[in-house]
Design a protein around this ligand. Structure first.
Ligand SMILES: Cc1cc2nc3c(=O)[nH]c(=O)nc-3n(C[C@H](O)[C@H](O)[C@H](O)COP(=O)(O)OP(=O)(O)OC[C@H]3O[C@@H](n4cnc5c(N)ncnc54)[C@H](O)[C@@H]3O)c2cc1C
Length: 291
């Protein structure tokens, strides 16, 4: 049963930040509630004050700019991203990822900001955003700051957000020409969290097809989503072949720090990383060749 709490529904960011500053450790922010309400029902989170930010329309938008790339307000729903015509020019992977996140009902109400702030290591958006080199913007009464999505997750269900901060925006830079990005997750139950998720972004040199840059991000493979940087080094500066992708997958599986749980053993997860890095790397390469 959910314990009683006092409820606030601010309509502006400024109002929400003032409430957050006033109640700090005694309050909890709620956006779509798709993750938080489960914890509240289980009695794991028992706030005195609940600050419902879902109605703050200034944080609900998707903007696309040829110079700055994509800017997504923290309160944008998964469904809005999935359906947005702005998910093109290298950003289609975001819509593809969202299509496999939870059910339509959850996607209709859950927000991308809430997903990142919940910081479940098995969440789908973070690895994809890391492959796209995205950053997050945060606001507090003191001002604003930005950091990479990679730095935002600190540990299991823990982020770099200070008690008086809100996540306000996700920024995805313009995708370079000849870049392909792909994502897949292995899960036992369709529309559920990843047993392992892998995102790969490959940028090719336009003249000789050599791998100019590559980013490999793993989900559900460590306490936070992580980059497999040693695996990236296997591919960077080379012409990507099947053999190199196999090697990258093997190295990524040693970089992962997975746990054993009811869904999969540690060994099984490492095997998934190995297989999926190769598979998703191949898909990203094919996309890069056509881009
Ligand atoms: C049945 C089911 C299936 C799911 N399947 C998947 C899946 O396949 N893949 C996946 O990735 N996720 C999945 N999820 C998780 C879920 O979809 C997301 O975590 C959800 O979208 C979180 O967004 P929300 O707006 O509902 O956040 P909330 O539940 O409202 O909040 C989550 C946390 O973030 C904090 N918070 C929210 N917004 C902000 C903000 N702007 N600034 C600061 N703090 C904030 C809250 O205080 C809370 O701690 C599933 C959930 C359910 C119920």
């Amino acid at each position: 049963m959910i314990r009683d709490f006092e409820y606030f529904a601010p309509k502006t960011l400024k109002e929400a930040l003032t409430l957050l500053d006033n109640y700090r450790d005694e309050c909890k922010v709620i956006a779509g509630g798709q993750s938080l309400l489960i914890l509240m029902r289980q009695g794991l989170v028992t706030p005195e004050y609940l600050i419902d930010i879902k109605g703050i329309s200034e944080l609900n938008y998707i903007k696309s700019d040829a110079k700055e790339g994509l800017r997504i307000g923290a309160l944008t729903t998964h469904r809005a991203i999935e359906k947005s015509p702005m998910m093109r020019n290298g950003f289609t992977v975001l819509a593809e990822m969202e299509r496999r996140l939870a059910s339509i009902q959850t996607r209709n109400w859950g927000t991308i900001g809430g997903n990142l702030c919940h910081a479940d290591p098995a969440g789908d958006p973070a690895p994809v955003l890391m492959a796209l080199n995205a950053t997050v913007r945060m606001a507090s009464p003191k001002g604003e700051r930005t950091m990479t999505v990679e730095d935002f997750s600190l540990d299991y269900f823990e982020t770099a957000l200070e008690p008086d901060e809100l996540l306000t925006e996700i920024q995805v830079p313009v995708v370079l020409p000849h870049t392909g990005t792909a994502y897949t997750k292995f899960n036992v139950i369709e529309s559920d969290l990843a047993t392992v998720g892998v995102a790969v972004s490959v940028t090719l040199d336009s003249n000789d097809g050599i791998c100019h840059d590559v980013r490999i991000a793993l989900g559900a493979s460590a306490p936070t989503p992580i980059r497999a940087k040693q695996a990236e080094e296997v591919l960077r500066g080379k012409k990507i072949t099947d053999n190199l992708l196999t090697e990258a997958g093997q190295i990524a599986s040693t970089e992962a720090e997975p746990v054993s749980d009811i869904y999969a053993s540690e060994e099984y997860r490492r095997e998934l990383v190995k297989v999926l890095v190769k598979r998703v790397g191949k898909e990203a390469l094919a996309k890069a060749k056509q881009a």
